[in-house]
Design a protein around this ligand. Structure first.
Ligand code: 5GP
Length: 175
């Protein structure tokens, strides 16, 4: 099997995460209740770095989704919630934190789900975005990097549970 090839170095990621945190700090400077909602599993490393770089007070929740097909949301865009947040997010400023937006189906599902719960505000943050694969429109509020249409691993992202803990983000050839 070919080795993963570096797309983004650990230094590039750290720099971008710090600048995203600065933007988020400014946006939520007067928030009374900021809740970061991390989408498992892929976002766990990004979320932990981002959260530690924030200076505004916030709490952390996790949700987990799975597709009805395999790894990605399937062609019909069906997504299933397999773990929900523990606490009510009504009247909170909610920021959904994703690892990667590919077709956009997962994020669309999540924004609809959370909108229906009456947050004070709802925004989205993704470390990676593949614009070439976009199928549905999502108003993304914070995007770390736009990347080409390749399968990426590392920094929380996996291929069949492998490569998740690489410090950098790499592409792997189609399997
Ligand atoms: P969607 O197509 O709904 O925007 O993305 C669904 C999910 O597919 C993402 O949250 C992510 O878990 C997974 N995914 C999409 N592209 C990649 C990729 O390049 N690498 C990895 N590891 N996961 C991806």
């Amino acid at each position: 099997m070919e080795q993963p090839r570096e797309l983004l170095s650990a230094q590039e990621i750290a720099k971008r995460v710090a600048s995203l945190a600065t933007e988020i700090d400014q946006q939520y400077v007067s928030s009374r209740e900021l809740v970061l909602v991390g989408v498992l599993k892929g976002s766990f490393i990004f979320l932990s770095d981002l959260a530690r770089a924030l200076t505004v007070p916030h709490r952390i929740e996790f949700i987990a989704v799975s597709s009805y097909g395999d790894k990605e949301s399937d062609e019909a865009g069906r997504v299933k919630l397999v773990m929900d947040v523990r606490h009510d997010i009504a009247n909170a400023d909610v920021l959904i934190v994703e690892d990667i937006v590919d077709t956009g189906h997962t994020l669309l599902y999540l924004t609809r789900l959370f909108e229906a719960r009456g947050p004070r505000s709802l925004r989205t943050c993704t470390l990676l975005h593949k614009p070439a694969r976009k199928r549905v429109e999502n108003g993304l509020d914070y995007v770390g990097f736009e990347i080409p249409d390749v399968w990426v691993v590392g920094y929380g992202l996996d291929f069949a549970e492998r490569h998740r803990t690489l410090p950098n983000i790499c592409s792997i050839p189609p399997q």
